[in-house]
Design a protein around this ligand. Structure first.
Ligand code: GLN
Length: 499
């Protein structure tokens, strides 16, 4: 079974169906790798050997009976620890939920169970998904398999390091401002944020409800499309869930011809602020697209200049309201203060002990932005910027089928580099945030090696509900990249070894 851990899930699925391998064998293989390598990468907060193997056995029975409910039946998966699971503690990377065992499965997890995909474990994240590096996790940062002294992106660095280090073949992430796409870019993997509402948020521990979206983290575009097909679909438990299912993406991801594709280069995301290597790889990809017959147009999105500012008002505003539920009564930890334990004092002591610095910063920012007297100046203005960004996108998509940009300004940075400078950390999201503000789909695909011989990412955006167009374009660009380099970007990653 050598080399199996590096195969795409689509190929593993075929091997499962043809009987070349069983789900129990595959699940054991990845559990062994995860248990061995997790001390290096800290990708998983919890590895569920027993339940994963039970689920794998069930998957094998279904496959043998010819009753596999999904293409991916039997393929094991890792799940970000902000999705509730009834059989595993769900911490959202926070101390306040250290011992929280949910009463219900998130819809995404229910869908994975219905597809009989064994859940290997729960992956690390910045506390409540606030961050770009996993350094804000209460359980220590995850490490980038390309260079263990560097961040694997965030907030979903647990899922990205698990997939790029081959501790899991495929994973689930969540993206509020880039937490699927930046980790993918930083680790040479693929991360897709579907159209807002395509995947249910029921059981996703809310960060900012108007921006949050669950999506796939994988090692190729087809796998991302296959996984979206498993997790997408209308859910009566989520009132913002789309009625039209965006769950037939695999066919789109099989179309790789970019001839005639109108590709918009966003003027505001193609000039300043990117590392030279990141920019050079981006320009080379534009040339690859031109050579393959795509039509390149420049699009102007003037309001993007204000996207980061608007996002860092809207997100904290929504987060401060969402996090009010952690009141020492209903969920998680309860800390008793010294002296008289009134409800307010218990609440204050619990939140003081349970929340980390970034969460506190955002609660303060959010409540300030929402306070009467400041509401119009901050939250109200940010909402107006959001509308302007949506209008910029609408105009851009009139002349282009997809838009492209580098996914992030830099390759993976070192631990500590941005930790004490919140603004520097926030600016890292400059290219990913606009998609969340507009609710449109976006994907990051590997885009060659840049600074420090580390992967850079190419972001592809499509109009709302045009996830299929996004997957086709992404598959096309991925093929051009793979043909150019002779193998997948992820195959350049160093093999993780334990001494
Ligand atoms: N880095 C962004 C933030 O800190 C993205 C978060 C996310 O997508 N969950 O808000």
């Amino acid at each position: 079974m050598s080399g199996l851990h590096k195969k795409p899930s689509s190929e593993l699925a075929q091997m499962l169906r043809s009987g070349e391998v069983t789900s129990v064998q595959l699940t054991e293989l990845f559990l062994d790798r995860a248990e061995k390598l997790n001390p290096l990468t800290n990708s998983f907060l919890k590895i569920n050997r027993q339940t994963a193997l039970e689920q794998a056995k069930h998957a094998d029975e279904l496959i043998q009976a010819g009753k596999a409910p999904s293409v991916l039946t039997g393929v094991p998966i890792a799940v970000k620890d902000n999705l509730t699971t009834t059989d595993a503690i769900t911490t959202a990377g926070s101390k306040i939920l250290e011992n929280y065992l949910p009463q219900y499965d998130s819809t995404v997890v229910s869908k994975l169970r219905a597809a009989a995909m064994p859940i290997l474990g729960k992956t690390n994240l910045d506390e409540f998904a606030m961050g770009s590096s996993t350094e804000f996790s209460a359980y220590g940062p995850s490490k980038n398999p390309w260079d263990l002294e560097r961040i694997p992106g965030g907030s979903g660095g647990g899922s990205s390091s698990a997939v790029s280090g081959f501790l899991a073949p495929i994973a689930i992430g969540s993206d509020t401002g880039g937490s699927i796409r930046f980790p993918a870019a930083a680790t040479g993997s693929v991360g897709a944020k579907p159209t807002y509402g395509a995947v249910s948020r029921y059981g996703l521990i809310a960060l900012a409800s108007s921006l949050d979206q669950v999506g796939p983290v994988t090692n190729d575009v087809l796998d991302a499309a296959l996984l979206q097909d498993v997790i997408a679909g209308h859910d009566p438990m989520d009132s913002t869930s789309l009625v039209d299912s965006l769950g037939q993406m695999a066919d789109f991801a099989s179309k790789t011809d970019v001839k005639g594709l109108r590709v918009g280069v966003i003027k505001q995301l193609a000039s300043d602020g990117f590392q030279p290597g990141v920019k050079a790889r981006f320009d080379e990809s534009i040339q690859l697209l031109i050579d393959a017959g795509a039509e390149i147009v420049e699009v102007d999105c003037p309001s993007f200049e204000y996207a980061v500012s608007a996002y860092y008002l809207i997100l904290p505003a929504e987060a401060s309201s969402n996090l009010a539920r952690f009141d020492a009564v209903r969920f998680g930890q309860r800390v008793l203060p010294e002296g008289n334990p009134t409800i307010e004092r218990v609440m204050a002591a619990t939140r003081e002990a349970g929340f980390g610095p970034e969460v506190k910063r955002r609660i303060i920012l959010g409540t300030y932005a929402l306070s009467s007297g400041y509401y119009d100046a901050y939250y109200g203005s940010a909402q107006k910027v959001r509308t302007l960004i949506q209008q910029d996108f609408a105009k851009a998509f009139a002349s282009a089928d997809v838009l492209i940009s580098p996914t992030a300004p830099t390759t993976a940075f070192k631990f500590g580099e941005k930790l004490d400078d919140p603004l520097a950390m926030y600016l890292n999201d400059v290219a990913t945030i606009p998609a969340n503000l507009a609710g449109i789909p976006g994907i990051s695909v590997p885009n060659g090696l840049a600074e420090n011989d580390l992967p850079s990412g190419l972001q592809i955006l499509a109009a709302a509900q045009n996830d299929g167009v996004m997957y086709s374009a992404a598959a096309g660009i991925e093929k051009l990249q793979n043909d150019q380099w002779g193998k997948r970007m992820i195959d350049f990653a160093p093999e993780l070894e334990v001494n």
